[in-house]
Design a protein around this ligand. Structure first.
Ligand code: ASP
Length: 439
């Protein structure tokens, strides 16, 4: 059995956190490949080392600022090394970093050093081999991952490697420069490694006990989801729920490897298992609720539009020509609505309206602002009657007017559109009926 275990920044923010991590690793001998993030925040008002490193990069050329920020960064690592009483001297590493930055190594190089140094410390602390991701994780020039080369390199490097520490977040591009994934990308590194070595499980250790049923800013102490499918997770993450980088799902999903989200501060909690499929029924018909504000809709009316061949295509072409993503498209006989992200729409609004007029000569176009979308997601809905009825009964009791409904044909999600002002009340009412009262 082999597990890839990734630890997030808050799990590695101090010597005390490192100790917890070591205990977690030594309590299960299959936890063989460790992917650390850079030290995160130790408290609410602390700064992540990665943010300090970006600041350091911005300070190159300004001696005083550079050395002030660099000493703050060194102090973070030195405190961990001394707190763990390690015989590890990072002075040479610091020198190399300063020198490279002054000689034009890029922003990604700067950012990657948080993971690099934390990886050095972790390897020393655990007595594991250190593998520099610059040897194995390869990017194309455009910054996307060269999956084939990466998988080949990982497979050959890990062939006889019993245990190792591999820093997250970065790799190397074809031109030999250090590149990073986008923020939070150590999740992706862990997933790529787990996928390439066919790990049994990819454990992602963070500071919450799993994926929550609903946003804790809206629902007090929401339940933790014990098992969720990749499909459900995608729906919920797209709507804003998340403990993990979005791109971390694909490399393991393709190999059928489950992800287990765990809490470093409460290691006995089982966390959330993310799996390809499962016969386990969710505890409450629905698996989770998530939502986002910031949408608007464009409603197009035209008598007998349904008999006009190519009507939809012409309308959609206008959106495509303006490089707009569409979120949803509920329609009636003589009306169709396109729901879009408000932030993308605003500066193209008039061009799009004019384009639709020209393309299909509608009777009327109406724009509506301030919409929120809520996704009620759950594999338990399939073939179960009454789920939609419960959602809408809950909304009606909470005096929430439903502006739009969309149920995916695979029957595991219902999307409702409401006014942004009703967003929180709507989520509370749905959570109430499915989880709290279960009526
Ligand atoms: N340290 C990086 C960040 O703060 C990457 C990560 O933690 O996954 O975004």
């Amino acid at each position: 059995m082999k597990k890839v275990v990734k630890f997030g920044g808050s799990s590695l923010a101090s010597a005390e956190q490192f100790r917890k991590v070591k205990e977690i690793i030594s309590s299960d001998s299959s936890r063989r490949y460790v992917v650390p993030s850079a030290p995160g925040k130790r408290s609410e008002d602390d700064t992540k080392v990665t943010d300090l490193l970006y600041r350091l990069y911005d300070a190159t050329g300004d001696e005083d600022r550079f050395s002030a920020v660099f000493s703050e960064i060194r102090a973070r690592f030195d405190a961990i090394v001394s707190g763990l009483a390690l015989e590890l001297d990072l002075r040479n590493e610091y020198e190399t970093i300063a020198e490279k930055l002054k000689n034009g190594s890029g922003r990604d190089y700067a950012a990657s050093r948080g993971e690099y140094l934390n990886g050095r410390i972790m390897a020393n602390y655990l007595g594991y081999e250190f593998v520099d991701p610059a040897e194995i994780i390869v990017f194309f020039e455009d910054g996307t991952l060269d999956r084939d080369t990466t998988e080949e390199r990982i497979a050959s490097r890990f062939r006889d490697l019993e245990r190792a520490v591999i820093p997250g977040f970065y790799g190397i591009s074809a031109d030999g420069r250090i590149r990073t994934f986008s923020r939070g990308g150590s999740d992706v590194s862990g997933s790529v490694i787990a996928g390439a070595i066919h790990a049994d499980v990819y454990e992602n250790w963070t500071d919450v006990s799993g994926f929550l049923c609903a946003d804790p800013h809206i629902i007090e102490n929401p339940e933790v989801i014990d098992t969720i499918t990749y499909h459900e997770l995608r729906e919920l993450s797209y709507m804003g729920a998340g403990v993990m980088h979005e791109d971390a799902i694909f490399p393991v999903r393709k190999e059928g490897i489950p992800i287990n989200i765990r809490n470093t501060n409460r290691p006995s909690d089982r966390g959330t298992m993310i799996v390809a499929d499962t016969c386990r029924k969710p505890r409450y018909t629905i698996t989770g609720i998530a939502g986002k504000k910031g949408f608007c809709s464009v409603t197009i009316d035209k008598d007998r539009m349904n008999s006009e061949v190519g009507f939809c295509r012409k309308v959609l072409q206008v959106f495509e020509d303006n490089n707009m993503n569409l979120e949803h498209m509920p329609s009636g006989i003589d009306t169709m609505t396109i729901v879009v992200h408000r932030s993308e729409f605003l500066d193209r609004e008039q061009k799009i309206v004019a384009g639709i007029h020209r393309a299909v000569h509608p009777d009327h176009i109406a724009l509506e602002d301030d919409l929120a979308l809520i996704a009620v997601v759950g594999r338990g809905m399939k073939d179960q009657r009454g789920t939609a009825a419960r959602v809408f009964a809950a909304l009606s009791h909470a005096h929430v007017n439903v502006k739009m409904i969309d149920q995916g044909s695979s029957e595991f999600n219902i999307i409702v559109g409401v006014k942004s002002a009703d967003f929180e009340a709507a989520i509370r009412s749905i959570y109430d009926i499915f989880v709290l009262t279960q009526i």
